[in-house]
Design a protein around this ligand. Structure first.
Ligand code: C5P
Length: 218
């Protein structure tokens, strides 16, 4: 059977990671979290003292830094940043560098290489709109801000953040606003994406819904 390209987009806390991982495992595909790449670049820019709004400088840093993303680990330039990139500071840094067009160009090229042979589930903000506009399957996951904040607040991978859900709602809504209103590749559902509202649904239910979308395309 032909190996598909599956794009999963949506705002933070919509459940993209959990769902994308489960779909990839079910189909025997590779799962790539494109957000981890923006996070790794944001982490390295801070470490190297590169201003987070300097498009050319951050893009140069990104293009000379190999990034590896698997379900187990994220590395940039050989540094294991798996834990270090899941902090509120890096939430902000990733969203800042993700606004920069040249940085996006560098990372989008790499994301396209990952998907060149198909057999991939890639999650992010612009996968169905920019990275793989011809993806075989496009899914846009969403959920209410409260539910997304609750999930983020209880995510053990995310460290050092405010634990009160109301604080997380504020931070998460601010970051979504940045992602939705930026000039370069803003977050929106591709016209041909299937929109799945995950509010009040279990992971299993959402995975089942998405697998149905995938099977309908095969
Ligand atoms: O998904 P995650 O929260 O880890 O992504 C971190 C940031 O990276 C997002 O806030 C967004 O600004 C950016 N991003 C992006 N395009 C993607 C994936 C993530 O702009 N495809």
């Amino acid at each position: 059977m032909r190996k598909l390209v599956i794009a999963i987009d949506g705002p933070s806390g919509a459940g993209k990671g959990t769902v994308a991982r489960a779909i990839a495992a079910e189909l025997g595909y590779r799962h790539v979290d494109s957000g981890a790449m923006y996070r790794a670049v944001g982490w390295k820019a801070i470490r190297d003292g590169v201003p987070l709004d300097h498009d050319q400088a951050v893009a140069a840093l990104a293009s000379r830094s190999p990034i590896h993303v698997t379900d187990e680990a994220v590395t940039i330039d050989g540094y294991d940043v798996t834990r270090a990139i899941r902090t509120p500071e890096i939430d902000r840094a990733a969203a800042a560098v993700a606004r920069l067009p040249s940085v996006r160009a560098v990372l989008v090229d790499r994301q396209r290489e990952f998907g060149a042979d198909g057999g991939i589930v890639m999650e992010g903000r612009d996968i169905g709109t920019v990275v793989f506009p011809n993806a075989d399957v496009k899914v846009y996951l969403d959920a209410s801000p409260e539910e997304r904040a609750r999930r983020r607040a209880s995510d053990p991978a995310h460290t050092g953040g405010p634990s009160a859900v109301s604080d997380v709602v504020t931070l998460l809504t601010a970051r979504d606003e940045l992602d939705r209103t930026r000039k370069a590749s803003p977050l929106y559902a591709a016209p041909d994406a299937v929109v799945v509202d995950t509010t009040g649904k279990s992971v299993d239910e959402v995975v089942r819904d998405v697998l149905e979308v995938v099977r309908a395309k095969v």
